[in-house]
Design a protein around this ligand. Structure first.
Ligand code: NAD
Ligand code: LMR
Length: 229
């Protein structure tokens, strides 16, 4: 089962929950972790728009687990302490739409192109690897909880006025031509303080970016269409 297969089950659940959010807590920050995130975030946006409560600064798709995976795999390969590693992951939260930017990873390690390719694929397939290993018994429960906690904590820090809280998240965006896109986001007292750009990309990443756009666009449109049906 892919994240997209979950659409049929989760789209309706997300739509109902978002209708309730619009009614009972219209000012809440909403961190959408339900899959397929590439579609459920646009569904939420449409529901909120219809209810007149949409605030693009307060709707986030949780892609932190992709960052956690990218950091972990990079640290293993580069033989560095994972706690010191940073890797931005942009795009979306499914397969090739997940684009780790290892060229921007810190601390710097001179990994071979083949290693970068393998790390990218492993990051993109990490969720599927776990779903298949659990064979019908759910997804990456513990690491999802860990990633969710990191992201929720970052949101709370932003709300509390802690400066320079930056996490990757799938948000309304003008970073590319797509209406929603995951990139580094500065979090603040209003939710999204600033959506940060991509920075310099390697040729491999630039290629990955172009490849992911049609799939991400289709997933976004699928969500919008469902919400307005
Ligand atoms: N964004 C991420 O990084 C990430 C990571 C892992 C999993 N996920 C997603 O998180 C979701 C949960 O995954 P899981 O493995 O914990 O699934 P799960 O099947 O173990 O748990 C789903 C829970 O939702 C409850 N539920 C079902 N219908 C509901 C409804 N109408 N209203 C309220 N609750 C309802 C079920 O009772 C169950 O407790 C899935 O959509 C999964 O794809 C996202
Ligand atoms: O892959 C999935 O469906 C679950 C989740 O999105 C994950 O990244 O682990």
């Amino acid at each position: 089962m892919t994240r997209d297969d979950l659409f049929n089950i989760n789209a309706g659940i997300v739509k109902d929950l978002c209708s309730a959010i619009a009614k009972y807590c219209p000012n809440a920050i909403v961190n959408m972790i339900s899959n397929p995130v590439n579609s459920t975030v646009p569904i939420a946006a449409e529901v909120f728009k219809k209810a007149g409560t949409y605030n693009e600064k307060k709707l986030f798709g949780v892609t932190t687990l992709d960052v956690v995976r990218a950091k972990t795999f990079y640290a293993g390969k580069a033989n560095v302490n994972v706690a010191e590693v940073n890797v931005p992951v942009v795009g979306g939260h499914a397969g090739i739409t997940i684009l780790p930017l290892f060229s921007q990873a810190t601390p710097k390690a001179n990994l071979a192109d083949e290693d970068i390719k393998a790390l990218t694929k492993r990051t993109q397939d990490g969720g599927t690897e776990v779903v298949e290993a659990k064979a019908g018994k759910g997804s990456a429960t513990l690491s999802m909880a860990y990633a969710g906690a990191i992201f929720a904590d970052a949101c709370l820090k932003g709300l509390n006025g802690v400066p320079d809280v930056v996490e990757c998240s799938f948000v309304q965006s003008t970073v590319t031509e797509l209406p929603f896109f995951a990139s580094k986001v500065r979090l603040g007292k209003n939710g999204v303080e600033e959506v940060l750009g991509l920075g310099p990309l390697s040729d491999f990443e630039q290629e990955g970016l172009e490849k992911l756009k049609p799939e991400l666009k289709a997933s976004i449109e699928k969500g919008v269409k469902f919400a307005n049906a």
